[in-house]
Design a protein around this ligand. Structure first.
Ligand code: BJW
Ligand code: ZN
Length: 221
């Protein structure tokens, strides 16, 4: 399984692109790049704090739950997500490979110390580490490499699968989107579940148009 923001849309989490998407109201280069954080860490943190506050109030949906139940009944199952919201874990998925990090993780820009911090609100913005340096959100911004271990696991999983379900991603962000042709080239069937066509719909074996929360429970029962 490869999931994107669309699987969380029915929980009330805004997607990035498309109608109501975050990048319609906010500029990614002002908020989701290392340069943006260097220029204005407080602004970047305020945006993440707003998203964390929203996420703390939402619940996983039927799409997340269907994937969690499939993991329980399938011995050879992998879930790779681009999402940072933690909703897969909250719906009961145990083995989640998060290639864009987590909004609930924080990392010190000085000593590199990493931890989970799910306090909403955070006591002080921008947060500081015990070593005195700025702490940043534990997510992957544009221009940054993906976490090495998670990316290696994602490549391993798609190169060895019989079936890749691609759920709720616009397939525009790389290298994440490259997992889709990687699976197809390795001989897997690729099924896309999305409201719309994507740039990689052409290489999928089947496109199911509709909401993940409607389609997944019908596929997985
Ligand atoms: C539903 C639904 C429902 C709605 N049911 N469906 C030019 C060409 C190619 C690449 C590049 C380029 N210029 C720069 C790059 C590289 C760049 C990139 O890909 N940019 C493109 C956008 C042009 N990539 C990077 O920078 C990456 N790093 C990198 O390349 O490093 C190289 C490097 C190597 C070594 C050293 C140094 C560097 C990093 C990418 C990081 C992406 N980060 C973000 C933010 C994460 C943190 C945060 O959340 O704040 O990740 S951006 C954002 O996009 C987020 C997402 O994970 C990611 C993907 O979005 P996703 O999930 O696909 O969501 P949407 O909104 O795009 O789509 C939602 C879909 O759901 C839509 O299709 C809807 O139709 C559908 N949908 N409701 C089913 N109910
Ligand atoms: Zn530190």
């Amino acid at each position: 399984m490869l999931t994107g923001a669309g699987i969380s849309a029915e929980s009330g989490v805004p997607t990035f692109r498309g109608p109501g998407g975050l990048w319609k109201s906010f500029k990614s280069e002002d908020l989701a790049t290392p340069g943006a954080f260097a220029r204005d860490p407080k602004l970047v943190w305020e945006w993440y704090e707003w998203r964390r506050t929203l996420l703390a109030k939402v619940e996983p949906n039927a799409g997340h739950r269907a994937l969690a139940s499939l993991e329980d009944s399938s011995p050879d199952f992998s879930l790779v997500t681009q999402n940072v919201d933690g909703l897969h874990e909250r719906s009961g998925s145990r083995r989640v490979t998060s290639i864009h990090g987590s909004i609930w993780r924080v990392r010190c820009t000085g000593c590199g110390a990493e931890s989970t911090d799910d306090r909403v609100p955070l006591p002080k913005l921008p947060p500081l580490c015990g070593c005195g340096a700025l702490v940043r959100p534990g997510v992957v911004w544009f221009g940054e490499p993906l976490p090495r271990k998670a990316w290696a696991e994602a490549e391993r999983a798609v190169s060895n699968c019989d079936l890749l379900l691609v759920i709720g991603t616009s397939a525009q962000v790389y290298p994440a989107a490259s997992l889709i042709p990687m699976a197809a080239q390795a001989g897997a069937r690729v099924i896309e579940i999305n409201l719309e066509e994507t740039p990689l719909s052409g290489i999928t074996s089947l496109s199911l148009r509709g909401k993940a929360g409607d389609i997944l429970p019908q596929l997985i029962s």
